[in-house]
Design a protein around this ligand. Structure first.
Ligand code: SF4
Length: 601
Protein backbone atom coordinates (compact mmCIF):
# COMPACT_ATOMS: atom_id res chain seq x y z
CA UNK A 1 0.00 0.00 0.00
CA UNK A 2 1.35 3.43 -0.85
CA UNK A 3 -1.03 6.07 0.42
CA UNK A 4 0.11 9.55 1.48
CA UNK A 5 0.53 10.29 5.19
CA UNK A 6 -2.87 10.84 6.79
CA UNK A 7 -4.02 12.53 9.97
CA UNK A 8 -5.83 10.22 12.45
CA UNK A 9 -9.14 11.92 11.59
CA UNK A 10 -8.56 11.39 7.92
CA UNK A 11 -7.64 7.76 8.46
CA UNK A 12 -11.08 7.28 9.91
CA UNK A 13 -12.77 8.59 6.77
CA UNK A 14 -10.53 7.11 4.10
CA UNK A 15 -11.06 3.43 3.42
CA UNK A 16 -8.17 1.09 2.98
CA UNK A 17 -7.07 0.99 -0.62
CA UNK A 18 -6.02 -2.07 -2.57
CA UNK A 19 -5.83 -3.08 -6.20
CA UNK A 20 -8.65 -5.30 -7.43
CA UNK A 21 -7.98 -8.98 -7.67
CA UNK A 22 -7.99 -9.63 -11.40
CA UNK A 23 -9.33 -13.13 -10.79
CA UNK A 24 -10.61 -14.71 -14.01
CA UNK A 25 -14.34 -14.80 -14.68
CA UNK A 26 -16.20 -18.04 -14.32
CA UNK A 27 -15.47 -20.27 -17.29
CA UNK A 28 -18.22 -21.97 -19.22
CA UNK A 29 -17.97 -24.48 -22.03
CA UNK A 30 -19.36 -23.29 -25.34
CA UNK A 31 -21.10 -25.48 -27.88
CA UNK A 32 -19.13 -26.21 -31.06
CA UNK A 33 -21.39 -23.79 -32.98
CA UNK A 34 -20.94 -20.99 -30.45
CA UNK A 35 -17.16 -21.55 -30.46
CA UNK A 36 -17.25 -21.34 -34.25
CA UNK A 37 -19.05 -17.97 -33.96
CA UNK A 38 -16.33 -16.78 -31.58
CA UNK A 39 -13.66 -17.88 -34.06
CA UNK A 40 -15.46 -16.09 -36.87
CA UNK A 41 -15.90 -12.95 -34.73
CA UNK A 42 -12.18 -12.90 -33.99
CA UNK A 43 -11.33 -13.07 -37.69
CA UNK A 44 -13.90 -10.44 -38.69
CA UNK A 45 -12.74 -8.01 -35.99
CA UNK A 46 -9.06 -8.44 -36.77
CA UNK A 47 -9.68 -8.12 -40.52
CA UNK A 48 -11.66 -4.95 -39.92
CA UNK A 49 -8.93 -3.51 -37.72
CA UNK A 50 -6.25 -4.47 -40.26
CA UNK A 51 -8.23 -2.83 -43.08
CA UNK A 52 -8.88 0.30 -41.02
CA UNK A 53 -5.17 0.66 -40.27
CA UNK A 54 -4.25 0.28 -43.95
CA UNK A 55 -6.92 2.78 -45.06
CA UNK A 56 -5.91 5.31 -42.40
CA UNK A 57 -2.26 5.12 -43.38
CA UNK A 58 -2.69 5.10 -47.16
CA UNK A 59 -5.06 8.05 -46.91
CA UNK A 60 -2.26 10.33 -45.69
CA UNK A 61 -1.37 9.38 -42.10
CA UNK A 62 1.80 7.47 -43.08
CA UNK A 63 3.06 10.23 -45.40
CA UNK A 64 2.44 12.76 -42.64
CA UNK A 65 4.45 10.68 -40.12
CA UNK A 66 7.28 10.15 -42.62
CA UNK A 67 7.70 13.84 -43.41
CA UNK A 68 9.60 14.44 -40.18
CA UNK A 69 12.08 11.63 -40.89
CA UNK A 70 12.65 11.40 -44.65
CA UNK A 71 12.86 13.58 -47.76
CA UNK A 72 11.31 10.66 -49.65
CA UNK A 73 8.04 10.62 -47.67
CA UNK A 74 5.88 10.57 -50.78
CA UNK A 75 7.71 7.69 -52.48
CA UNK A 76 8.03 5.71 -49.24
CA UNK A 77 4.55 6.05 -47.80
CA UNK A 78 2.84 3.18 -49.67
CA UNK A 79 5.53 0.61 -48.93
CA UNK A 80 5.92 1.82 -45.36
CA UNK A 81 2.18 1.30 -44.82
CA UNK A 82 2.75 -2.38 -45.50
CA UNK A 83 5.85 -2.48 -43.31
CA UNK A 84 3.46 -1.21 -40.65
CA UNK A 85 0.94 -3.90 -41.68
CA UNK A 86 3.58 -6.61 -41.20
CA UNK A 87 4.48 -5.34 -37.73
CA UNK A 88 0.84 -4.76 -36.79
CA UNK A 89 -0.02 -8.33 -37.77
CA UNK A 90 2.87 -9.76 -35.79
CA UNK A 91 1.97 -7.71 -32.71
CA UNK A 92 -1.81 -8.07 -32.81
CA UNK A 93 -2.66 -11.42 -34.36
CA UNK A 94 -1.65 -14.76 -32.88
CA UNK A 95 0.61 -16.60 -35.36
CA UNK A 96 -1.96 -19.38 -35.64
CA UNK A 97 -4.51 -16.98 -37.16
CA UNK A 98 -2.37 -14.65 -39.29
CA UNK A 99 -2.96 -16.58 -42.51
CA UNK A 100 -6.72 -16.79 -41.88
CA UNK A 101 -6.98 -13.08 -41.13
CA UNK A 102 -5.18 -12.13 -44.35
CA UNK A 103 -7.04 -14.74 -46.44
CA UNK A 104 -9.82 -12.20 -46.98
CA UNK A 105 -7.41 -9.90 -48.86
CA UNK A 106 -5.65 -12.41 -51.10
CA UNK A 107 -7.77 -11.93 -54.20
CA UNK A 108 -7.42 -8.19 -54.85
CA UNK A 109 -4.60 -6.12 -56.36
CA UNK A 110 -2.74 -6.19 -53.02
CA UNK A 111 -2.66 -10.03 -52.92
CA UNK A 112 1.12 -10.08 -53.54
CA UNK A 113 1.60 -7.88 -50.46
CA UNK A 114 -0.33 -10.32 -48.27
CA UNK A 115 1.90 -13.15 -49.46
CA UNK A 116 4.97 -11.05 -48.78
CA UNK A 117 3.75 -10.20 -45.27
CA UNK A 118 3.09 -13.83 -44.44
CA UNK A 119 6.45 -14.95 -45.82
CA UNK A 120 8.53 -12.25 -44.07
CA UNK A 121 9.76 -12.84 -40.56
CA UNK A 122 11.01 -9.29 -40.06
CA UNK A 123 10.99 -5.77 -41.49
CA UNK A 124 14.25 -6.08 -43.48
CA UNK A 125 13.05 -9.27 -45.17
CA UNK A 126 9.82 -7.59 -46.21
CA UNK A 127 11.59 -4.50 -47.58
CA UNK A 128 14.01 -6.66 -49.59
CA UNK A 129 11.17 -8.76 -51.01
CA UNK A 130 9.16 -5.64 -51.88
CA UNK A 131 12.05 -4.03 -53.77
CA UNK A 132 12.81 -7.27 -55.65
CA UNK A 133 9.17 -7.65 -56.62
CA UNK A 134 9.09 -4.26 -58.37
CA UNK A 135 12.57 -4.65 -59.86
CA UNK A 136 11.42 -7.82 -61.60
CA UNK A 137 7.86 -6.70 -62.36
CA UNK A 138 6.93 -7.16 -66.06
CA UNK A 139 3.30 -5.95 -66.25
CA UNK A 140 1.72 -2.55 -66.99
CA UNK A 141 3.72 0.28 -65.35
CA UNK A 142 2.55 0.91 -61.78
CA UNK A 143 2.95 3.93 -59.51
CA UNK A 144 4.46 1.81 -56.70
CA UNK A 145 7.03 0.44 -59.16
CA UNK A 146 7.99 3.96 -60.27
CA UNK A 147 8.39 4.97 -56.64
CA UNK A 148 10.77 2.09 -55.89
CA UNK A 149 12.78 2.64 -59.09
CA UNK A 150 13.09 6.35 -58.22
CA UNK A 151 14.29 5.46 -54.71
CA UNK A 152 16.80 2.96 -56.15
CA UNK A 153 18.17 5.63 -58.49
CA UNK A 154 18.76 7.96 -55.55
CA UNK A 155 20.46 5.23 -53.48
CA UNK A 156 24.05 3.93 -53.85
CA UNK A 157 22.81 0.39 -54.24
CA UNK A 158 19.98 -1.93 -53.31
CA UNK A 159 21.30 -2.82 -49.84
CA UNK A 160 21.82 0.84 -49.02
CA UNK A 161 18.15 1.49 -49.89
CA UNK A 162 17.02 -1.43 -47.71
CA UNK A 163 19.07 -0.01 -44.81
CA UNK A 164 17.75 3.51 -45.39
CA UNK A 165 14.12 2.32 -45.36
CA UNK A 166 14.65 0.16 -42.29
CA UNK A 167 16.33 3.05 -40.44
CA UNK A 168 13.48 5.37 -41.38
CA UNK A 169 10.98 2.78 -40.12
CA UNK A 170 12.86 2.45 -36.83
CA UNK A 171 12.86 6.24 -36.38
CA UNK A 172 9.06 6.22 -36.48
CA UNK A 173 9.15 4.09 -33.30
CA UNK A 174 5.63 2.89 -33.98
CA UNK A 175 5.99 -0.53 -32.45
CA UNK A 176 8.93 -0.06 -30.15
CA UNK A 177 6.87 2.20 -27.88
CA UNK A 178 3.34 1.14 -28.49
CA UNK A 179 1.04 -1.82 -28.98
CA UNK A 180 3.41 -4.21 -27.20
CA UNK A 181 2.07 -6.08 -24.16
CA UNK A 182 4.78 -4.40 -22.10
CA UNK A 183 3.64 -0.97 -23.27
CA UNK A 184 0.09 -1.73 -22.11
CA UNK A 185 1.25 -3.24 -18.82
CA UNK A 186 3.32 -0.14 -18.05
CA UNK A 187 0.53 2.17 -19.16
CA UNK A 188 -2.12 0.44 -17.01
CA UNK A 189 0.24 0.49 -14.02
CA UNK A 190 0.71 4.24 -14.42
CA UNK A 191 -3.02 4.82 -14.70
CA UNK A 192 -3.65 2.63 -11.64
CA UNK A 193 -1.13 4.72 -9.69
CA UNK A 194 -2.89 7.95 -10.71
CA UNK A 195 -6.30 6.53 -9.81
CA UNK A 196 -5.03 5.36 -6.42
CA UNK A 197 -3.63 8.83 -5.80
CA UNK A 198 -6.99 10.34 -6.79
CA UNK A 199 -8.90 8.21 -4.28
CA UNK A 200 -6.34 9.06 -1.60
CA UNK A 201 -6.98 12.77 -2.29
CA UNK A 202 -10.70 12.32 -1.80
CA UNK A 203 -11.76 14.11 1.40
CA UNK A 204 -8.10 14.97 2.10
CA UNK A 205 -7.11 18.43 3.42
CA UNK A 206 -7.95 20.40 0.24
CA UNK A 207 -11.33 18.72 -0.10
CA UNK A 208 -12.09 19.46 3.55
CA UNK A 209 -11.27 23.14 3.01
CA UNK A 210 -13.43 23.09 -0.11
CA UNK A 211 -16.37 21.59 1.78
CA UNK A 212 -15.95 24.27 4.48
CA UNK A 213 -16.26 26.96 1.82
CA UNK A 214 -19.43 25.33 0.51
CA UNK A 215 -20.88 24.99 4.03
CA UNK A 216 -20.26 28.73 4.61
CA UNK A 217 -22.47 29.68 1.66
CA UNK A 218 -26.11 30.52 2.52
CA UNK A 219 -28.28 27.40 2.74
CA UNK A 220 -30.79 26.63 0.01
CA UNK A 221 -34.30 26.87 1.46
CA UNK A 222 -36.07 24.20 -0.59
CA UNK A 223 -33.98 21.21 -1.58
CA UNK A 224 -34.74 19.23 -4.72
CA UNK A 225 -36.14 15.76 -4.94
CA UNK A 226 -33.71 13.72 -7.10
CA UNK A 227 -34.58 12.14 -10.45
CA UNK A 228 -32.39 9.26 -9.38
CA UNK A 229 -29.74 8.35 -6.83
CA UNK A 230 -26.95 5.80 -7.08
CA UNK A 231 -26.02 3.10 -4.58
CA UNK A 232 -22.56 1.49 -4.64
CA UNK A 233 -22.43 -1.68 -2.50
CA UNK A 234 -18.92 -2.51 -3.72
CA UNK A 235 -16.31 -1.29 -6.16
CA UNK A 236 -14.48 -3.87 -8.19
CA UNK A 237 -14.59 -6.14 -11.18
CA UNK A 238 -12.47 -9.15 -12.10
CA UNK A 239 -12.71 -8.31 -15.79
CA UNK A 240 -10.17 -6.16 -17.60
CA UNK A 241 -12.12 -4.68 -20.51
CA UNK A 242 -9.98 -2.34 -22.59
CA UNK A 243 -12.58 0.42 -22.46
CA UNK A 244 -13.21 0.31 -18.69
CA UNK A 245 -13.10 3.65 -16.89
CA UNK A 246 -11.32 2.04 -13.93
CA UNK A 247 -8.02 0.27 -13.52
CA UNK A 248 -7.82 0.69 -9.76
CA UNK A 249 -10.71 0.75 -7.29
CA UNK A 250 -10.61 1.27 -3.55
CA UNK A 251 -11.53 -1.49 -1.17
CA UNK A 252 -14.41 -0.12 0.87
CA UNK A 253 -15.09 -0.57 4.57
CA UNK A 254 -18.81 -0.93 4.21
CA UNK A 255 -21.61 -0.28 6.62
CA UNK A 256 -23.04 -3.38 8.28
CA UNK A 257 -26.43 -1.76 8.05
CA UNK A 258 -27.24 -0.56 4.53
CA UNK A 259 -30.88 -0.26 5.59
CA UNK A 260 -30.05 3.08 7.26
CA UNK A 261 -28.85 4.31 3.88
CA UNK A 262 -31.89 2.85 2.10
CA UNK A 263 -34.21 4.73 4.45
CA UNK A 264 -32.38 8.02 3.84
CA UNK A 265 -32.42 7.55 0.06
CA UNK A 266 -36.03 6.34 0.02
CA UNK A 267 -37.19 9.81 1.08
CA UNK A 268 -35.36 11.56 -1.75
CA UNK A 269 -36.13 9.75 -5.00
CA UNK A 270 -38.29 7.15 -6.70
CA UNK A 271 -35.41 5.74 -8.74
CA UNK A 272 -32.16 4.12 -7.63
CA UNK A 273 -29.29 2.59 -9.57
CA UNK A 274 -27.08 -0.10 -8.04
CA UNK A 275 -23.67 0.06 -9.67
CA UNK A 276 -19.92 -0.18 -8.93
CA UNK A 277 -18.56 -2.91 -11.17
CA UNK A 278 -19.36 -6.59 -10.92
CA UNK A 279 -22.10 -6.85 -8.25
CA UNK A 280 -22.67 -10.59 -8.67
CA UNK A 281 -21.64 -11.22 -5.06
CA UNK A 282 -23.73 -8.34 -3.71
CA UNK A 283 -27.12 -9.18 -5.15
CA UNK A 284 -28.65 -9.83 -1.72
CA UNK A 285 -28.32 -6.09 -1.06
CA UNK A 286 -30.31 -5.44 -4.19
CA UNK A 287 -33.11 -7.86 -3.27
CA UNK A 288 -33.24 -6.34 0.23
CA UNK A 289 -33.41 -2.79 -1.08
CA UNK A 290 -36.44 -3.74 -3.19
CA UNK A 291 -38.30 -4.96 -0.12
CA UNK A 292 -37.17 -2.10 2.14
CA UNK A 293 -37.52 1.07 0.04
CA UNK A 294 -41.21 1.85 -0.01
CA UNK A 295 -41.20 4.94 -2.22
CA UNK A 296 -38.69 3.79 -4.82
CA UNK A 297 -40.44 2.39 -7.88
CA UNK A 298 -37.47 1.89 -10.22
CA UNK A 299 -34.71 -0.39 -9.00
CA UNK A 300 -32.03 -0.29 -11.68
CA UNK A 301 -28.94 -2.46 -11.51
CA UNK A 302 -26.02 -2.42 -13.90
CA UNK A 303 -24.38 -5.82 -14.31
CA UNK A 304 -21.84 -7.13 -16.78
CA UNK A 305 -23.77 -10.39 -17.34
CA UNK A 306 -20.93 -12.56 -16.09
CA UNK A 307 -23.22 -14.10 -13.47
CA UNK A 308 -25.32 -15.91 -16.11
CA UNK A 309 -23.23 -19.11 -16.18
CA UNK A 310 -26.19 -21.28 -17.13
CA UNK A 311 -29.92 -21.06 -17.75
CA UNK A 312 -30.53 -22.36 -14.18
CA UNK A 313 -28.26 -19.81 -12.52
CA UNK A 314 -29.86 -17.03 -14.57
CA UNK A 315 -33.36 -18.23 -13.77
CA UNK A 316 -32.46 -18.35 -10.08
CA UNK A 317 -31.17 -14.76 -9.99
CA UNK A 318 -33.92 -13.20 -12.09
CA UNK A 319 -36.59 -15.06 -10.13
CA UNK A 320 -35.16 -13.64 -6.89
CA UNK A 321 -35.37 -10.13 -8.32
CA UNK A 322 -38.96 -10.74 -9.43
CA UNK A 323 -39.99 -12.31 -6.15
CA UNK A 324 -38.49 -9.34 -4.23
CA UNK A 325 -40.78 -7.11 -6.30
CA UNK A 326 -43.76 -9.37 -5.52
CA UNK A 327 -42.94 -9.38 -1.80
CA UNK A 328 -43.45 -5.63 -1.51
CA UNK A 329 -46.62 -4.85 0.47
CA UNK A 330 -49.63 -4.33 -1.79
CA UNK A 331 -50.18 -0.90 -0.29
CA UNK A 332 -46.74 0.25 -1.57
CA UNK A 333 -46.38 1.78 -5.05
CA UNK A 334 -45.81 -0.78 -7.82
CA UNK A 335 -42.10 -1.14 -8.58
CA UNK A 336 -39.94 -2.60 -11.35
CA UNK A 337 -36.41 -3.84 -11.79
CA UNK A 338 -34.42 -2.24 -14.63
CA UNK A 339 -31.87 -4.90 -15.37
CA UNK A 340 -29.08 -3.18 -17.32
CA UNK A 341 -26.60 -5.58 -18.88
CA UNK A 342 -23.39 -4.49 -20.60
CA UNK A 343 -23.31 -5.90 -24.09
CA UNK A 344 -21.04 -4.65 -26.84
CA UNK A 345 -17.96 -5.26 -28.96
CA UNK A 346 -15.78 -4.50 -25.93
CA UNK A 347 -17.35 -6.59 -23.13
CA UNK A 348 -17.73 -9.44 -25.62
CA UNK A 349 -14.36 -8.83 -27.28
CA UNK A 350 -12.69 -12.05 -28.40
CA UNK A 351 -9.24 -12.41 -26.88
CA UNK A 352 -6.59 -15.00 -27.59
CA UNK A 353 -4.23 -16.63 -25.12
CA UNK A 354 -0.61 -17.64 -25.77
CA UNK A 355 -1.66 -21.10 -26.91
CA UNK A 356 -4.03 -19.66 -29.48
CA UNK A 357 -7.25 -20.41 -27.58
CA UNK A 358 -10.00 -17.92 -28.36
CA UNK A 359 -12.33 -16.69 -25.65
CA UNK A 360 -14.82 -13.88 -25.20
CA UNK A 361 -14.28 -11.67 -22.15
CA UNK A 362 -17.92 -12.25 -21.20
CA UNK A 363 -19.47 -14.88 -23.49
CA UNK A 364 -22.45 -13.98 -25.67
CA UNK A 365 -23.94 -17.28 -24.46
CA UNK A 366 -24.31 -15.74 -20.97
CA UNK A 367 -26.11 -12.72 -22.42
CA UNK A 368 -28.37 -15.12 -24.34
CA UNK A 369 -29.23 -16.80 -21.02
CA UNK A 370 -30.38 -13.41 -19.69
CA UNK A 371 -32.28 -12.36 -22.83
CA UNK A 372 -34.04 -15.73 -22.91
CA UNK A 373 -35.05 -15.55 -19.24
CA UNK A 374 -36.03 -11.89 -18.79
CA UNK A 375 -39.31 -12.07 -20.81
CA UNK A 376 -40.67 -14.64 -18.33
CA UNK A 377 -40.60 -11.90 -15.70
CA UNK A 378 -42.02 -9.18 -17.89
CA UNK A 379 -44.27 -7.84 -15.11
CA UNK A 380 -41.33 -7.27 -12.78
CA UNK A 381 -38.16 -6.90 -14.87
CA UNK A 382 -37.34 -4.60 -17.77
CA UNK A 383 -34.17 -5.75 -19.54
CA UNK A 384 -31.96 -3.18 -21.22
CA UNK A 385 -28.73 -4.07 -22.99
CA UNK A 386 -26.20 -1.25 -22.56
CA UNK A 387 -24.07 -0.96 -25.63
CA UNK A 388 -20.94 1.08 -26.39
CA UNK A 389 -21.20 2.81 -29.75
CA UNK A 390 -18.94 1.51 -32.52
CA UNK A 391 -18.69 1.80 -36.32
CA UNK A 392 -21.60 -0.66 -36.53
CA UNK A 393 -24.04 1.83 -34.96
CA UNK A 394 -24.02 3.91 -38.14
CA UNK A 395 -26.39 1.51 -39.90
CA UNK A 396 -28.62 -1.50 -39.28
CA UNK A 397 -25.32 -3.44 -39.30
CA UNK A 398 -25.44 -2.99 -35.55
CA UNK A 399 -28.06 -5.79 -35.57
CA UNK A 400 -26.68 -7.81 -38.49
CA UNK A 401 -23.01 -7.93 -37.53
CA UNK A 402 -20.94 -7.97 -34.36
CA UNK A 403 -22.21 -9.08 -30.95
CA UNK A 404 -25.89 -8.56 -31.65
CA UNK A 405 -25.72 -10.93 -34.63
CA UNK A 406 -23.86 -13.46 -32.45
CA UNK A 407 -26.59 -13.13 -29.82
CA UNK A 408 -29.36 -13.61 -32.42
CA UNK A 409 -27.57 -16.73 -33.74
CA UNK A 410 -27.21 -18.20 -30.24
CA UNK A 411 -30.88 -17.51 -29.51
CA UNK A 412 -31.85 -19.04 -32.88
CA UNK A 413 -30.03 -22.24 -31.87
CA UNK A 414 -32.36 -22.30 -28.87
CA UNK A 415 -35.44 -21.86 -31.08
CA UNK A 416 -35.91 -18.10 -30.65
CA UNK A 417 -36.31 -15.46 -33.29
CA UNK A 418 -35.22 -11.90 -32.52
CA UNK A 419 -37.27 -9.12 -34.06
CA UNK A 420 -36.11 -5.49 -33.93
CA UNK A 421 -39.25 -3.38 -33.55
CA UNK A 422 -37.90 0.17 -33.56
CA UNK A 423 -34.73 2.20 -33.58
CA UNK A 424 -34.02 5.79 -32.56
CA UNK A 425 -31.10 7.95 -33.65
CA UNK A 426 -28.75 9.95 -31.46
CA UNK A 427 -29.76 13.61 -31.13
CA UNK A 428 -26.39 14.60 -32.63
CA UNK A 429 -24.51 13.45 -35.71
CA UNK A 430 -21.33 11.59 -34.80
CA UNK A 431 -18.23 10.41 -36.62
CA UNK A 432 -17.84 6.81 -37.66
CA UNK A 433 -14.39 5.84 -36.35
CA UNK A 434 -13.79 3.90 -39.59
CA UNK A 435 -14.86 6.78 -41.79
CA UNK A 436 -14.45 9.95 -39.73
CA UNK A 437 -14.47 12.54 -42.53
CA UNK A 438 -18.19 13.35 -42.36
CA UNK A 439 -20.46 13.26 -39.31
CA UNK A 440 -23.37 10.87 -39.78
CA UNK A 441 -26.52 9.70 -38.03
CA UNK A 442 -26.10 6.88 -35.57
CA UNK A 443 -28.56 4.39 -34.07
CA UNK A 444 -28.58 5.07 -30.34
CA UNK A 445 -31.58 3.12 -29.00
CA UNK A 446 -33.64 0.15 -30.13
CA UNK A 447 -36.49 -2.03 -28.99
CA UNK A 448 -36.61 -5.72 -29.82
CA UNK A 449 -38.50 -8.85 -28.83
CA UNK A 450 -38.18 -12.59 -28.90
CA UNK A 451 -41.15 -13.53 -31.11
CA UNK A 452 -42.19 -16.19 -28.57
CA UNK A 453 -42.79 -13.34 -26.07
CA UNK A 454 -44.23 -10.49 -28.19
CA UNK A 455 -45.40 -8.55 -25.11
CA UNK A 456 -41.96 -8.41 -23.51
CA UNK A 457 -40.16 -5.43 -24.99
CA UNK A 458 -36.40 -5.64 -24.63
CA UNK A 459 -34.28 -2.50 -24.93
CA UNK A 460 -30.87 -1.65 -26.27
CA UNK A 461 -29.31 1.72 -25.53
CA UNK A 462 -25.88 2.92 -26.52
CA UNK A 463 -23.36 5.49 -25.33
CA UNK A 464 -19.87 6.67 -26.20
CA UNK A 465 -16.60 5.78 -24.51
CA UNK A 466 -14.57 8.48 -22.81
CA UNK A 467 -10.83 7.95 -22.53
CA UNK A 468 -10.69 7.59 -18.75
CA UNK A 469 -9.01 4.73 -16.95
CA UNK A 470 -8.13 1.74 -19.09
CA UNK A 471 -9.78 3.45 -22.09
CA UNK A 472 -6.95 5.99 -22.01
CA UNK A 473 -4.84 3.34 -23.77
CA UNK A 474 -7.28 2.90 -26.66
CA UNK A 475 -6.57 4.55 -30.00
CA UNK A 476 -8.91 7.41 -30.91
CA UNK A 477 -10.13 5.58 -34.02
CA UNK A 478 -11.26 2.53 -32.01
CA UNK A 479 -14.44 4.07 -30.63
CA UNK A 480 -17.04 6.76 -31.23
CA UNK A 481 -16.23 9.91 -29.28
CA UNK A 482 -17.71 13.34 -28.55
CA UNK A 483 -14.90 15.52 -29.86
CA UNK A 484 -17.30 17.46 -32.08
CA UNK A 485 -19.39 18.34 -29.02
CA UNK A 486 -16.19 19.34 -27.23
CA UNK A 487 -15.26 21.70 -30.08
CA UNK A 488 -18.76 23.17 -30.01
CA UNK A 489 -18.47 23.78 -26.26
CA UNK A 490 -15.01 25.32 -26.55
CA UNK A 491 -16.33 27.64 -29.28
CA UNK A 492 -18.79 28.96 -26.68
CA UNK A 493 -21.80 27.32 -28.31
CA UNK A 494 -22.76 25.18 -25.33
CA UNK A 495 -23.50 21.48 -25.22
CA UNK A 496 -27.22 21.48 -26.04
CA UNK A 497 -29.15 19.19 -23.72
CA UNK A 498 -25.98 17.40 -22.58
CA UNK A 499 -25.12 18.04 -18.93
CA UNK A 500 -22.55 16.78 -16.46
CA UNK A 501 -24.63 14.59 -14.16
CA UNK A 502 -24.29 15.86 -10.59
CA UNK A 503 -26.93 13.64 -9.00
CA UNK A 504 -25.50 11.74 -6.07
CA UNK A 505 -24.11 8.24 -5.67
CA UNK A 506 -23.92 6.85 -2.15
CA UNK A 507 -21.21 4.29 -1.46
CA UNK A 508 -21.78 1.70 1.25
CA UNK A 509 -18.90 3.29 3.18
CA UNK A 510 -20.87 6.55 3.29
CA UNK A 511 -19.16 8.58 0.55
CA UNK A 512 -21.44 10.80 -1.49
CA UNK A 513 -19.98 11.34 -4.97
CA UNK A 514 -21.35 12.65 -8.25
CA UNK A 515 -22.87 10.35 -10.88
CA UNK A 516 -20.47 11.63 -13.56
CA UNK A 517 -17.44 11.94 -11.27
CA UNK A 518 -16.69 9.39 -8.58
CA UNK A 519 -13.66 11.49 -7.60
CA UNK A 520 -15.74 14.47 -6.44
CA UNK A 521 -16.94 13.69 -2.95
CA UNK A 522 -19.30 15.86 -0.95
CA UNK A 523 -18.66 14.14 2.36
CA UNK A 524 -19.62 11.03 4.24
CA UNK A 525 -23.33 10.65 4.81
CA UNK A 526 -22.89 8.39 7.85
CA UNK A 527 -20.66 10.93 9.61
CA UNK A 528 -22.23 14.21 8.51
CA UNK A 529 -25.86 13.35 7.84
CA UNK A 530 -27.99 13.54 4.72
CA UNK A 531 -29.05 17.16 5.30
CA UNK A 532 -25.45 18.40 5.11
CA UNK A 533 -24.76 16.35 1.96
CA UNK A 534 -27.93 17.62 0.26
CA UNK A 535 -27.12 21.23 1.09
CA UNK A 536 -23.61 20.75 -0.32
CA UNK A 537 -24.97 19.16 -3.48
CA UNK A 538 -27.33 22.10 -4.00
CA UNK A 539 -24.74 24.78 -3.16
CA UNK A 540 -21.43 23.43 -4.49
CA UNK A 541 -20.36 26.05 -7.07
CA UNK A 542 -17.95 23.56 -8.67
CA UNK A 543 -20.34 20.71 -9.34
CA UNK A 544 -23.01 23.22 -10.42
CA UNK A 545 -20.58 24.82 -12.90
CA UNK A 546 -19.60 21.36 -14.14
CA UNK A 547 -23.26 20.42 -14.48
CA UNK A 548 -23.76 23.20 -17.06
CA UNK A 549 -20.26 22.74 -18.60
CA UNK A 550 -19.29 26.30 -17.65
CA UNK A 551 -16.15 27.01 -19.70
CA UNK A 552 -15.05 29.72 -17.25
CA UNK A 553 -13.70 26.78 -15.24
CA UNK A 554 -11.11 26.34 -17.99
CA UNK A 555 -9.83 29.91 -17.47
CA UNK A 556 -9.62 29.33 -13.73
CA UNK A 557 -7.76 26.07 -14.32
CA UNK A 558 -5.24 27.84 -16.56
CA UNK A 559 -4.42 30.24 -13.70
CA UNK A 560 -2.67 27.42 -11.83
CA UNK A 561 -1.70 24.82 -14.42
CA UNK A 562 -0.08 25.10 -17.85
CA UNK A 563 -1.27 21.78 -19.31
CA UNK A 564 -4.81 22.70 -20.37
CA UNK A 565 -4.03 22.59 -24.11
CA UNK A 566 -2.51 19.13 -23.75
CA UNK A 567 -5.58 17.94 -21.81
CA UNK A 568 -7.95 19.37 -24.44
CA UNK A 569 -5.92 17.67 -27.18
CA UNK A 570 -6.45 14.27 -25.50
CA UNK A 571 -10.05 14.79 -24.36
CA UNK A 572 -12.70 12.67 -26.05
CA UNK A 573 -15.59 14.93 -25.05
CA UNK A 574 -16.80 17.59 -22.59
CA UNK A 575 -17.24 15.05 -19.78
CA UNK A 576 -13.70 13.80 -20.17
CA UNK A 577 -12.29 17.34 -20.15
CA UNK A 578 -14.20 18.40 -17.02
CA UNK A 579 -13.29 15.14 -15.34
CA UNK A 580 -9.58 15.64 -16.16
CA UNK A 581 -9.35 19.22 -14.85
CA UNK A 582 -10.92 18.32 -11.48
CA UNK A 583 -8.94 15.20 -10.64
CA UNK A 584 -6.59 16.99 -8.22
CA UNK A 585 -7.85 18.13 -4.79
CA UNK A 586 -5.82 21.38 -4.93
CA UNK A 587 -7.40 22.27 -8.27
CA UNK A 588 -10.90 21.49 -6.97
CA UNK A 589 -10.22 23.89 -4.12
CA UNK A 590 -8.87 26.60 -6.44
CA UNK A 591 -11.80 26.30 -8.85
CA UNK A 592 -14.28 26.49 -5.98
CA UNK A 593 -12.57 29.58 -4.51
CA UNK A 594 -12.49 31.33 -7.88
CA UNK A 595 -16.16 30.58 -8.56
CA UNK A 596 -17.13 31.98 -5.14
CA UNK A 597 -14.87 35.09 -5.58
CA UNK A 598 -16.42 35.73 -9.00
CA UNK A 599 -19.96 35.33 -7.69
CA UNK A 600 -20.58 32.32 -9.98
CA UNK A 601 -22.76 30.22 -7.69
S1 SF4 B 1 -16.16 -2.40 -18.30
FE1 SF4 B 1 -17.54 -3.43 -16.87
S2 SF4 B 1 -17.10 -5.61 -17.04
FE2 SF4 B 1 -15.42 -4.53 -18.00
S3 SF4 B 1 -13.85 -4.32 -16.43
FE3 SF4 B 1 -15.08 -2.46 -16.36
S4 SF4 B 1 -16.69 -2.85 -14.87
FE4 SF4 B 1 -15.79 -4.84 -15.41
Amino acid sequence: MNTPAQTPALKKILPEISIQSGRPSSEITLSAEAQQDVHQAYLVTLRQRFKTEINRLTQGDMQEMLKAHSENAHDLSFMMTYVYALNWLQQNVHSEFQQEVLAAFTNGPQAFLMQMILQSTNTAEFITAYISYWENFQGEPQLQQQQILALLQRADDRQQLVNHIENTWNKLQLFSNSFTPDYFARGYKDIARQEKQRYAGMLAEEDKLRLKLIDALPDVSSLNFFNKLGLIPAMGCPQTCRHCMFVFRPLMKNTDDPDTLYQMVDKLTTSVLFTGGDLTKHLDHFYNAITHMQHVTTFAILLNGDFADSRDVTENILSKMASAIRRRPLSWPKANVHLQISFDEFHQEVVVDRKGNLKERIPVVKIANIVETAPKYNDEIQLCLCHKQSHLNFSMDVFKKGVFARLAKELARRGHQVQVLSTAPSSRLKRNPHNPQTPAQLIKDATFILTKYPQALLMLTSSTIDAYGRAEMMALHEAVNERDLLKQMLAGQGTGAETFDNDLMFWFNGWATLFSAVHICLGNVFEEGMQTIRQRQAKDPLSNAMHRFDIRLLDFYREVRDDLDAIIEKSTGPHHLFHAITEDGAIRLHLTERLIDSGIL
